[in-house]
Design a protein. Structure first.
Length: 367
């Protein structure tokens, strides 16, 4: 084995190791925020019957939980227990889709001093935000007045309920998620059970690993990696979307899946237009967790789970299927990324305004 081969092997192992630590950092960050805000989020989820306020409760609860899968699974559980109606759960599920994208934005800020690299990373993270926001703007009023998601989901649930077998097999835990959770729990031992220390340590690990991944990717025959993605995975929108679905089902978190492509965008391995359909696939993949949580519950719980799936499918068909609408998230992501290069406060302001201040104000003043 020659020296060049050893270098490539060492860098490949380095990327895999950094990627694992990056996932541990994301998991630790999510866990710490979840511990600090879980009780408040659970209380908030049951405080309103107004669908508009419920939408923003879904956003804010998911920011606190750092996982739309957690939020939607909790919502499904509340529907199953009868503490939340199906009609009340659907706006919250829509809001969860928006709230889950906060992780991407946080990860992209790790590139903030890198100029063009930050521009690519920030655009890659916010295109997911803008797609989900546009989907809510289009589908939310239709659902409020005509209830198509609820009606179609009820039909599907009635057809399938009681016919699902081997639930234990379906609910098998992802080995990737198990490995990452074990790593995060190991890191937590050094935090003296303090959530703030755990959060700081996790954020530090995430950003350090993000820097390492980008640096290693750039040095590890970038053109060959780029060629592999172009030729086999991201060469068509359908392939990219399917890859997003499969990968998200494997790790059981769209936050982790979409956060993974942010450093690839920053390094120039993937373009914004290649990443866009991948994130839409992640939207579909993340609905599996809530569906699995629903199959052991009631028909109502299954309706809530199906509503999440149908919302994402309809969003893709409407927005990605119509070229004029498809360009809107891309244009908005590129514009805000261009602005953020010269005005470094924009990403922080955007993050706080969209995911914290607006939801909190609407929840507080609307109650």
């Amino acid at each position: 084995m020659n020296k060049d081969t050893l270098k490539i092997l060492a860098k490949t192992i380095g990327i895999i190791s950094a990627l694992y630590m990056f996932l541990i950092g994301i998991a630790g960050m999510s866990s710490a925020i979840k511990h600090m805000g879980a009780e408040f989020a659970e209380t908030v989820l049951t405080t309103t019957s107004d669908p508009f306020i419920a939408l923003f409760i879904g956003i804010f609860a998911t920011v606190l939980f750092q996982s739309s899968s957690t939020t939607t699974s909790l919502i499904v559980g509340m529907v199953s227990s009868g503490s939340l109606t199906i009609a009340g759960s659907i706006p919250m599920i829509m809001g969860a889709n928006i709230g889950t994208t906060v992780t991407n934005t946080i990860v992209s800020i790790g590139h903030i001093n890198k100029g063009t690299e930050f521009k690519r990373a920030f655009a890659a993270s916010t295109v997911h935000d803008f797609f989900n926001i546009l989907a809510v703007i289009i589908i939310f009023p239709i659902e409020i007045f005509f209830h198509p998601l609820q009606k179609i989901s009820e039909w599907f649930a009635l057809q399938l309920f009681g016919r699902i077998e081997n639930i234990e097999v379906l609910q098998a835990k992802s080995p990737i998620k198990v490995a990452v959770k074990a790593g995060a729990e190991f890191i937590q031992k050094f935090t003296f059970d303090n959530d703030i220390i755990y959060l700081i340590l996790s954020v530090t690990i995430t950003f350090l690993m993000l820097y390492s991944i980008v640096k290693l990717l750039k040095s590890l025959v970038l053109k060959k990696i780029e060629g592999f993605f172009d030729q086999y995975i991201f060469n068509t929108a359908i392939k990219a979307m399917l890859f997003g679905v499969i990968l998200t089902i494997m790790v059981q978190s769209s936050s982790i899946t979409t956060a993974l492509v942010v450093p690839l965008a920053g390094a120039g391995v993937l373009t914004l237009r290649q990443i866009f359909p991948f994130t839409l696939g992640a939207n579909i993949g993340t609905t599996v967790t809530a569906l699995l949580a629903a199959v052991t519950g009631t028909v109502s719980a299954l309706v809530a789970g199906f509503s999440h799936l149908l919302f994402n499918i309809f969003g893709i068909l409407i927005i990605y299927g119509i070229p004029l609408l498809r360009r809107i998230p891309l244009a908005l992501a590129e514009n805000i990324a261009n602005t953020a290069i010269s005005k470094k406060y924009v990403p922080i302001l955007y993050l706080l305004t969209v995911f914290v201040l607006i939801p909190l104000c609407i929840i507080y003043f609307g109650r």
